[in-house]
Design a binder for this molecule. Structure first.
Ligand code: SME
Length: 148
C-alpha cells in the first residue's frame, strides 16, 4: 500500500463515524469536505447537489465558487451526465472546464448515487497538475458511497 492509500485507509473510519446515524446529507457534506480538505491540503473541496435540474453549490472548503452548473457542463456536469468519476490531470486540456479559480490545475469529480440517480457530486481541485489518480477515484468513490 502506498502512502496515499494508507492516508485514505486511515480516513475511512472517520468518514464512517461522521456519516453513520446522520440522515441529513448537507450536514454530512459539510463535515466530509472539511475532513478531506484539512487532511490532504487540497485547493478546493466541496459538493454540488442536483437541485431543480442543475447542480447547485453545497458545502465546501476553499475559495468562492460558482453557484450553478448545468447538466453536462464543465467537469462536474460531465460527471453527472456520464454517471462516472472524472479525473482531469490538466484542467486546461478539458474542453468546457469551468474555471471557478484560476489557480486550479487539476481536478476530480465523483458522483453520489441514491436510488440509482446522481444526487450530488464531490468536486476536488488542486493547484498542482495531475494530483488525482485511480487511488483517489477508488477511495473517494467509497467515501461517496458511505455518505448516501
Ligand atoms: N471546475 C468545475 C467547476 C466547479 S469549481 O472547480 C469549484 C467544473 O468544471 O465543473
Amino acid at each position: 500500500m502506498n502512502e496515499k492509500e494508507q492516508h485514505y485507509e486511515q480516513l475511512l473510519p472517520q468518514v464512517a463515524s461522521l456519516c453513520d446515524g446522520e440522515s441529513d446529507l448537507i450536514a454530512k457534506m459539510a463535515n466530509v469536505c472539511a475532513l478531506l480538505h484539512a487532511e490532504f491540503g487540497f485547493w478546493w473541496t466541496g459538493f454540488y447537489r442536483v437541485v431543480g435540474g442543475e447542480l447547485l453549490l453545497g458545502p465546501f472548503q476553499g475559495p468562492l465558487a460558482c453557484v450553478h452548473i448545468g447538466y453536462g457542463r464543465g467537469v462536474c456536469g460531465t460527471s453527472w451526465k456520464e454517471r462516472r468519476t472524472v479525473v482531469v490531470p490538466d484542467v486546461e486540456q478539458f474542453p468546457g472546464h469551468i474555471a471557478c479559480s484560476s489557480e486550479s490545475r487539476s481536478e476530480i469529480v465523483v458522483p453520489l448515487f441514491s436510488g440509482g440517480e446522481v444526487v450530488a457530486v464531490l468536486d476536488i481541485d488542486s493547484r498542482e497538475l495531475a494530483t488525482f489518480d485511480d487511488t483517489d477515484a477508488a477511495f473517494l468513490g467509497r467515501v461517496a458511497a458511505m455518505m448516501v
